[in-house]
Design a protein around this ligand. Sequence first.
Ligand code: APR
Length: 276
Amino acid sequence: MATDPKGKSPAAKQAAGDASQPPPEPQARDARRDERIARLRDSLARARRVCVLTGAGVSAESGVPVYRGNEGLYQAFSAADMATPEGFARNPEKVWAWYIDRRRQLLEVKPNPGHAALARLEQLMAAQGRAFRLVTQNIDGLHQAAGSRDPVELHGNIWKTRCTECGTVSGQYGEIFEGLPRCARCKALCRPHIVWFGELLDPAVWQSAVRAACECDFLLSVGTSAAVQPAAGLIHMAAANGALVAEINLEETANTRWVDLSLLGKSGEILPRVVE
Ligand code: APR
């Protein structure tokens, strides 16, 4: 009998929502979702140390495009041109114009109830003396705008720039400029303070994320395709350290079949019901 990373049997897979089963009737589906939301709420209430990993899906209901899939940014833009150091070296004007466009769009959006629920969960757990760490792949700053304190930003932040020579990081929310930004210290060209494909994450940032994933007893993955490493590896690290793992995502991911609890749907609708 084939099992998976959590050593689940087919029966257990069915309980966790196996896609090979015919879709249930709407009422049955809603009842099952309600039951799962209640289970997630209970598991969260019992957890001592929680790590939440978020991706672009948590910002989708704010109007921020995700990266993959039919509506994803990479449908219209080449990641090789826009999200690699080589692409930036080839054409920094084009890359900066893209990031400035994305900054402008972000000035038009607000955090959604999913962001707010995670900020509330952080406060609730702090008040109860329980550990909570939010680790995000998002660069949009919407978690902070919703009140989350000091999320681990794995992939950087769109409102920050970094000097290509001296490494000085600067920039603030709302800054829109034309052309190429120069370093205030050494006048060299600045680049977006974002982790691009082929680049390593900041070691200190990565270390905080690994610690949060390995020390937690409950990891909740929200709105990520879990397609990008090393971020996606955090989910497996938590499982390997015995943590309960749950996932909220609009579509199935590579982890859906093995996590302890999978809720398919919009995080802006589900999270507020989980964090009451
Ligand atoms: N609620 C929950 N999940 C959602 C919602 C929603 N409202 N809308 C979309 N999703 C899900 C999609 O089904 C998809 O699985 O969010 C996921 C977003 O996946 P990606 O677009 O791959 O984004 P992400 O996982 O954050 O990408 C990781 O890749 O491109 C790099 O550096 C970039 O941080 C990014 C990393």
